[in-house]
Design a protein around this ligand. Structure first.
Ligand code: ZN
Length: 406
């Protein structure tokens, strides 16, 4: 009898386990990231319709931003069949961008020409061979109606932690120097897109590829530990990029970008360090372009106030700024050995990503996407490795000379 009961219990346990495994596996299947197979825009009778074809249902949240006028659409994280992240619109939509905003959320930003609001947003279930369709209908409204719909800024000052050092002294306890590499842009912010007729990769892809190679070159020496602010196509706010370097008490922060300019003949790399005043007109224009990234993201006022505050913090960061210049002065001659440099290769600009950071930091524009030769070279492994090696030599010199910190 006991034997039979034991067998029955065993059988029940096995069945339970079987059911559990089955549920797990079906859950895993359904947890697959939805894929967007097409984006379509139609315009008819004073209404513009923006449609995504998706293989699964998604959740969404829509809001409107002014200056410049934008419609921001946050949806469940999706995979994009074409991930170039920027395209021309139609009707009320001037241009649109899309990409990963943060884990779990993808973002689409529609730049709109007129005061336009979202009239309706909904998902249509699959019908007659058609997949799920996410539909956003835009309609033109008066300036007043638009202003009423615009996301209201937060009127209070944000609580912000003082920029104090973490308790532990991470720097002196480390065997290797820690370098934070920051590939610019990502997600729905493609960065520079290259010149007229350019069919190559957007800045976000070029700089991620270059940063991955530079990381390997630094780590190969055994002297450096490298953290990347992003290692995939995802959006990051400026302060989250520098925040990684601050929290980890990095020894160096290097932001990697690729430039663009009207004249397609202009080539070469430039090293930028932070300054309240831009070194020249071009540097000021560059800062305006690079700083735009957070505005593209649809940042709220809370963030903007943070930036104003960090300008004040910068005044006490004179030492860090001097160290940053020291590193730039080491980097320029090393880069010169491997890539073409712009005239006056060390420039200064008011760059948000370097602001308020208590770690020596530079922003390197490794070349011009608007120049076909530069655009090609920047995606080449050999060029990327050479840039990596020049950064290694510059870092070696910088740390060996023990420029005074603290
Ligand atoms: Zn950039």
């Amino acid at each position: 009898m006991k034997q039979i009961i034991r067998e029955i219990i065993k059988f029940c346990l096995l069945v339970t386990l079987g059911v559990w495994f089955y549920q797990m596996s079906t859950e895993l299947v359904s947890a697959k990231t939805p894929e967007v197979s097409a984006i379509r825009i139609g315009h008819d009778k004073g209404s513009t319709r923006f449609v995504l074809d998706i293989d699964q249902n998604i959740k969404f949240n829509v809001f409107t931003l002014a200056n410049p006028n934008r419609i921001v659409i946050d949806i469940t994280e999706v995979a994009w069949k074409n991930n170039f992240g920027g395209a021309k619109g139609k009707g009320f939509i001037d241009r649109y961008r899309f990409g990963l905003f943060k884990p779990g959320t993808s973002r689409i930003v529609l730049d709109v020409k007129n005061p336009v609001i979202v009239n309706k947003a909904f998902v249509i279930s699959p019908k007659r061979g058609k997949p799920f369709r996410f539909v956003v209908d835009l309609k033109k409204v008066s300036k007043k109606a638009f202003d009423n719909r615009v996301k209201k800024p937060i009127p209070r000052l944000p609580k912000r932690k003082a920029a104090t050092r973490p308790d532990k002294d991470l720097r002196s306890n480390r065997k290797k120097k820690l370098i934070v590499l920051d590939p610019g842009h990502g997600g729905h912010d493609p960065g520079n897109l290259g010149g007229k007729g350019y069919r190559g990769f957007p800045e976000k892809t070029v700089v991620l590829s270059a940063a991955k190679t530079i990381k390997r070159e630094l780590e190969r020496t055994g002297r450096y530990q490298v953290i990347m602010t992003r290692d995939r196509d995802i959006f990051l706010k400026h302060r989250n990029r520098s925040g990684i370097a601050h929290n980890k008490q990095a020894d160096l922060f290097i932001s990697i970008h690729a430039d663009s300019i009207k004249n397609p003949k202009v080539r070469g790399a430039t090293v930028y360090t932070l300054s309240e005043k831009a070194s020249d007109k071009e540097a000021a224009a560059l800062a305006a372009r690079e700083n735009k990234s957070d505005i593209i993201a649809g940042m709220d006022l809370e963030e903007e106030i943070y930036i104003v505050q960090s300008i004040l913090i910068d005044l006490v960061k004179r030492e860090t700024m001097n160290l940053s210049s020291n590193f730039a002065n080491e980097l320029v001659p090393q880069l010169e050995r491997v890539v073409l440099l712009r005239t006056r290769p060390h420039r200064t600009a008011n760059l948000l990503v370097l602001k308020g950071l208590d770690v020596p930091s530079v922003l390197v524009e490794i070349g011009y996407l608007t120049n076909s030769k530069d655009a090609k070279l920047m995606m080449q492994k050999e060029t990327q490795q050479n840039i990596g090696k020049s950064i290694v030599r510059a870092a070696d010199n910088f740390f060996n000379k023990a420029y005074v910190t603290n």
